[in-house]
Design a protein. Structure first.
Length: 310
């Protein structure tokens, strides 16, 4: 954003941090390299500390520089909110909103939601950051995003949960797999087959280790990955099964290539999916409208997946 309300020194610092050099930043923001260098030197003089390490192959932020970069990002986010509020006072549904979402949403409900926002609120620009649940919470509390949809969000002082729903844990298997004909399965039955398991980067793995560590030891998973798309590709091929939710496997359930089989074990706790906004930072009115729209969209998507699964 090239706005007089966003200090140019912070804009230049962010550009150099992102691109790694003054020359690259100068090309990006269409201003001379000497002007950018002068602004950064003035910032360093005012702060009394270096903001960049000058390396043979570019520039890297120091710890102080990281703090200034975070300030620039907060300033940009707050400015976007203020401009959106001004548009709302004029009766115009315009503005920029940043959404944090999970990787598994990218080929699921997210494209349909983006199309819906474009149709119903054409003046809104959506920025979508694909992150983990932990990163989504951090981005919300730091003001880097306006709303988030993530797994296993816990009620806390910094977050306001707009909507949440349970996601029962189950086994996903290719439609031709032997387990696919079952109405329910047990953890023991799942462990008898090659199991594709998500890595620690994903919440489901941490849950399995916390509550069902014996399963991972007994099944000896031949695949561990942080890519849900890879997990689902192997499941579709029939070579592996996986433990996950209907939402994660939504596209494949809808196309009929996999089946979701509920777990009969009483200790198989459901995950949750939730839409959240910051409880401590103001959000434009249009942001709350979009948060409610997202909640309704995901709820409808889940219902369609469950109908297809039955």
């Amino acid at each position: 954003m090239n706005s007089p309300l966003h200090p140019k020194a912070l804009r230049y610092l962010a550009a150099v941090a992102q691109l790694g050099s003054v020359q690259a930043a100068a090309r990006e923001v269409s201003i001379s390299a000497s002007a950018i260098d002068r602004q950064i030197l003035m910032l360093e003089e005012d702060m009394g500390v270096p903001l960049f390490e000058r390396l043979p192959r570019g520039m890297r932020l120091t710890a102080a520089g990281e703090l200034l970069l975070a300030l620039s990002q907060r300033w940009k986010t707050d400015l976007n909110r203020t401009l959106s509020d001004v548009k709302q006072l004029q009766g115009v549904s315009q503005g920029q909103l940043r959404l944090a979402a999970m990787d598994s949403h990218v080929n699921g409900f997210l494209p349909g939601f983006i199309h819906r926002v474009a149709q119903e609120h054409p003046g809104i620009v959506l920025e979508v950051d694909v992150v983990s649940t932990d990163e989504a919470v951090r981005c919300l509390t730091e003001g880097a995003v306006d709303l988030a949809i993530a797994f296993n969000l816990k009620p806390q002082r910094e977050l306001h949960l707009v909507w949440t729903a349970d996601l029962p844990l189950g086994c996903v298997a290719a439609t031709g797999h032997a387990l696919a004909a079952s109405r329910q399965v047990t953890f023991k039955e799942v462990a008898a087959w090659p199991l594709a398991v998500q890595s620690h980067a994903l919440a489901i793995r941490r849950y399995l280790e916390r509550r069902h560590s014996w399963l991972l030891q007994e099944a000896r998973p031949p695949l561990v990955t942080n890519s849900l798309q890879l997990v689902k590709s192997l499941v579709k091929s029939g070579s592996h099964v996986a433990l996950t939710s209907e939402l994660d496997a939504g596209p494949e359930i809808l196309e009929g290539s996999v089946r979701f089989i509920p777990l009969s074990d009483k200790n198989a706790q459901p995950q949750t999916i939730g839409v959240a906004i910051s409880a401590s930072r103001s959000i434009p009115r249009i942001g709350r409208i979009v948060a409610d729209l997202l909640a309704g969209h995901v709820e409808a998507y889940l219902a369609s997946v469950r109908r297809a699964g039955r």
